[in-house]
Design a protein around this ligand. Structure first.
Ligand SMILES: [Zn+2]
Length: 252
């Protein structure tokens, strides 16, 4: 089936689609422009987030929901990778305003629910998204659905490496990009990237302020050399299911 992508539709088609749907959901993917090792593209998080939204849209159809995937927000709070070229951060208040405005605009179109997908795990960015859900709920009286994969019960469904916290541009994310955009992975460099175990959540708790503090001298941790497209495909299915389940549960 074809997925509805807002940026590729004409406005009368959007109105007609929402009008005809029993239940409709706008999915807004959150990304980042951030160094992801020497082997993955800077828009890794955006690509994952958008792919999860696209995959979730197929799952929604099976539940009788009509989903529309919005153009992704390519930028977020990305201070941790500032030492690595290309990483482009925007301030927390700008990020907050951007997501809250876009989510409220989607709601005003008549969608039953608005949902965020996100793959950028920087603490300052996650905090903004959580704050946005609170502000949205306070203003509209409705939930802004955010299937946050850093929450324990969601994380428990993902790979061992993800759960270990040693997962920036490692096996988990490299596998996802191998499944989504294999042409953008420098597979020639992967065998020369040794396992670099850094439990980021422990470093964060200990007061680390960026990837350099954490010892990520090549902007990665984990085991990128072990990545496979098959693992990425499995993660994608699980991540999409989390989004569908959270939205469906928010109305039942
Ligand atoms: Zn990432």
């Amino acid at each position: 089936m074809s997925v509805h992508r807002l940026g590729e539709m004409r406005y009368p088609e959007v109105a007609a689609l929402i009008e005809a749907a029993a239940r409709s959901v706008a999915i807004l993917p959150a990304g980042s422009v951030e160094a992801h090792g020497p082997h993955l593209p800077l828009s890794t998080d955006t690509m994952i987030s958008e792919a999860v939204a696209m995959r979730a849209a197929i799952g929604f159809a099976e539940h009788g929901w009509t989903a529309v995937v919005f153009p992704p927000v390519h930028y977020g709070v990305t201070d941790w990778a500032a030492a690595f070229s290309g990483s482009t951060s925007i301030p927390a208040d700008v990020t907050h305003g951007l997501f809250l405005s876009a989510a409220k605009a989607a709601r005003a179109m008549g969608f039953t629910r608005v949902a965020l997908t996100n793959a950028h795990l920087e603490p300052g960015h996650i905090k903004v998204l959580r704050d946005v859900t609170k502000a949205y709920e306070a203003e509209t009286g409705e939930p802004l659905v955010f299937a946050d994969k850093t929450r324990r019960k969601n994380a428990a469904r993902l790979t061992q490496e993800f759960q270990s916290g040693s997962c920036h541009a490692g096996q988990y994310e490299t596998s996802l990009i191998l499944a989504i955009r294999p042409d953008l992975v420098r597979t020639d460099l992967m065998p020369a990237l040794p396992e670099h175990h850094v439990a980021l959540h422990e470093k964060i708790a200990a007061g680390a302020k960026d990837f350099v503090d954490c010892g990520l001298d090549q902007a990665y941790c984990g085991r990128p050399a072990d990545a496979t497209a098959e693992e990425g495909e499995r993660s994608l299915r699980t991540l999409a299911a989390m989004v569908v389940e959270a939205v469906v549960a928010s109305v039942d």
